[in-house]
Design a protein around this ligand. Structure first.
Ligand code: NAG
Length: 284
């Protein structure tokens, strides 16, 4: 019975809660990204085709759509020399251009010359904008059924109820496409693409996660994933900031008449205290 209720809640939650988003990870190829950007730069398809045929030649889309260096590297197959990344970084660091669009074009040129071969049709992870991350977090709280009083504490910067936070982070990691749910391993390249700390791609971060998997004995994926985030990923502090800000946004919009003790989960009626039985806490 409880399983049925949980599945029903999981399926209905995004609808019932009015969560703004469900699975929100985005994957795009370089080509798709170029075609996507065309309409709002008022470029026609033939211009995009010309650009894709010869990305080095400034022709609109590539010139004008800003290039994010933490994203662009994914579209290239690195050249077989050791210092391709170093050379690309030097090339970009050497650019003396202020204009964003020209800078984007020149950065792309650095990648084409020094980093590797452009693979235009392979799909890669596209990071969320900051506003998207906040939206993801607001919905994660709703889906996790985080109670109002916890949201209020978090909004004040009190992170003492770790398991409530762990639940919201777990849901966010899966929905954002950062975590392989079957293995409970992070896709570190995606986490890096989103948060851009070079340490995320280090051997040490990988070793640390393997160590947590080995040594942290639990059957609870939420606790395991939280431990990995806390101990091994340099994103823990930025995530706390994100949790705090998104909690504050929800608290600011809190419906009146709930007497301050309602559950955060709209799966039950707004003013009914959340039934903790659906959210068993492990002992760890
Ligand atoms: C933080 O919240 C906990 C309850 O979760 C409470 O016991 C504690 O006093 C709070 N700390 C501060 C500094 O308000």
């Amino acid at each position: 019975m409880r399983l049925f209720v949980t599945i029903a809640a999981a399926l209905l939650c995004p609808v019932v809660l009015g969560a703004e988003s469900e699975q929100i990870a985005t994957f795009k190829s370089f080509e798709e990204a170029a075609y996507d950007c065309a309409p709002y730069y008022l470029l026609d398809d033939s211009t995009v085709r010309r650009f894709l045929a010869n990305p080095e030649h400034p022709s609109g889309c590539g010139t004008r759509a800003g290039i994010k260096e933490n994203v662009i590297w994914q579209f290239f197959e690195p050249y077989r020399c050791n210092d391709y990344a170093e050379r690309t970084r030097e090339c970009i660091a050497g650019l003396r251009i202020q204009d964003v669009n020209e800078r984007a074009q020149e950065s792309l040129r650095c990648y084409l010359h020094h980093y590797g071969k452009l693979i235009p049709s392979k799909k890669y992870f596209v990071p969320l904008p900051d506003s998207g991350l906040l939206q993801l977090k607001r919905d994660d709280y709703l889906l996790a059924g985080t109670p109002w009083h916890v949201l209020e504490e978090v909004a004040e910067g009190n992170f003492s109820r770790e398991y409530e936070l762990a639940k919201a982070l777990f849901i966010g990691a899966v929905r954002g496409g950062f975590l392989d749910f079957s293995t409970k391993e992070f896709y570190m390249d995606r986490v890096y693409t989103q948060f851009t700390f070079p340490s995320l791609l280090s051997e040490e971060a990988a070793r640390c996660q393997a160590k947590v998997t080995r040594e942290f004995h639990t059957n609870d994926p939420i606790a395991l994933v939280f431990e990995k985030i806390k101990r091994c990923l340099e994103v823990y502090q930025p995530l706390l900031d994100l949790l705090k800000e998104s909690a504050a946004q929800l608290v600011a919009k809190k419906p009146k008449g709930c007497g301050g003790k309602s559950s955060g989960c709209g799966c039950h009626s707004c003013c009914v205290e959340r039934n903790d039985a659906y959210y068993p806490r492990p002992h760890y």
